[in-house]
Design a protein around this ligand. Structure first.
Ligand code: NAD
Ligand code: IPM
Ligand code: MN
Length: 343
């Protein structure tokens, strides 16, 4: 029998736990179809930090890195920790410590007739740029450093070029090299290198400000969009709006160079949504579609297709949470999706 896949489960804060509760039965469903999997639940998040002083202990990180294959993550963020220290030491530590360079955020309509007929896939670099968290604050002066390195840029852009080539989609690099001459200048140089190596891909680099205007005017003109960590964060939230908002957008990050056993992290694009947490209002679709992306990453294509299909069927049948104009609770939406899964 194949060795079981080991998945670390981190629900995190706010709606993270609520939407994770609807993803876990989807793992059980995959198991019931013969997928061999072990899960390990980890308590890290704001409440654990406030109770114990621990964010993500180094020993726990090392175990996860060396003994798990992937992480399924809810969200972090809590107003009781205004400097967001735990979010940095948990989520950014996972992204950076596991070298999960590629953050993939697809944006495709979830039901027929729902918004423009777009097919956008954002490839966001996930470990560098201003997220290196180096800087300083003095009275009246503040500095945030942004570090960009060629290996990470190349890995991210290679993944984006490959995807554009495989799917015959146009590729656009978002950058501001007209101002950020050093960091984004490097992005453009690596992009031009790879463009020469991929003559079959319709690739162009665009200033990010002009790109955003064009993206709002006609999102159907875009295919794969590659960006650094900061611009990719902004662009992917804009794209989520086309799908119906933050509640439905999925993501997965991976390490193409596979430096460690644990080489993927699936999480919705949204955060802990404190404004709706505890009210059963959260949409579990982003979390469940992230679970489908994890299945696909693991090579479980039939389960990934079925889960995405069940989400589309539920939405097309009118099952919706309030963010999409419906009345279902988080749990009822989760059930509506699971009811449409094949046995
Ligand atoms: P957010 O994504 O939590 O919420 C933005 C808006 O989207 C809110 O109106 C919220 O109600 C709505 N929303 C989010 N998830 C939803 C869902 N599942 N269903 C329905 N509506 C949903 O972003 P924010 O308010 O800017 O940040 C809140 C906290 O989350 C902050 O601490 C922030 O740092 C953190 N955050 C964490 C992640 C993450 O863990 N990956 C991502 C983004 C923000
Ligand atoms: C996201 C979030 C995070 C980010 C925050 C919580 C650090 O906005 O996952 O998109 O900026 O990457
Ligand atoms: Mn974000």
């Amino acid at each position: 029998m194949a060795k079981p896949v080991r998945i670390a489960i981190i629900p995190g804060d706010g709606v993270g736990g609520e939407v994770m509760s609807e993803a876990l039965p989807c793992l059980d469903w995959a198991r019931s179809r013969g997928r061999s999997m072990e899960t390990i639940s980890l308590p890290y998040g704001a409440s654990h930090y406030l109770a114990t002083g621990e964010t993500l202990p180094e020993a726990a990180f090392a175990q996860l890195r060396d003994r798990c294959d992937a992480v399924l993550f809810g969200a972090v963020g809590d107003s009781r920790i205004p400097d967001g220290r735990h979010a940095e030491e948990i989520l950014l530590r996972l992204r950076q410590g596991l070298e999960l360079t590629v953050n993939y955020r697809p944006c495709r309509p979830l039901m027929p007739g729902h918004g423009p007929d777009l097919d956008i896939e954002v490839f966001r670099e996930n470990t560098e740029g201003p997220y290196c968290l180096q800087g300083s604050t003095e009275p009246g002066r503040a500095v945030d450093l942004a570090i960009h390195t060629e290996p990470a840029i190349r890995r991210l852009l290679q993944a984006a070029f490959q995807r554009a080539a495989t799917r015959s989609r146009p590729l656009t690099l978002a950058h501001k090299a007209n101002v950020l001459k050093h960091g984004h200048g490097l992005w453009v140089r690596v992009f031009e290198d790879l463009r020469r190596e991929h003559p079959g891909v319709a690739a162009r680099a665009m200033h990010a400000d002009a790109l955003l205007c064009a993206l709002v005017q006609d999102p159907t003109a875009f295919g794969v969009i590659a960006a650094d960590n900061y611009l990719g964060d902004l662009i992917s939230d804009l794209c989520a709006a086309y799908l119906g908002g933050m509640g439905v957008a999925p993501s997965i990050s991976w390490a193409p160079h596979r430096p460690f056993r644990c080489s993927a992290l699936a999480e919705p694009v949204h955060g802990s949504a404190p404004d709706i947490a505890g009210k059963e209002l959260a949409n579990p679709v982003g979390m469940i579609l992230s679970t489908a992306l994890l299945f696909r990453h693991l090579g479980w294509k039939a389960e990934a297709d079925a889960l995405e299909g069940a989400v589309k069927d539920a939405l097309s049948d009118g099952a919706k949470t309030p963010d999409l104009g419906g009345t279902l609770t988080t749990a009822a939406m989760g059930r509506a999706i699971r009811d449409r899964l094949p046995s």
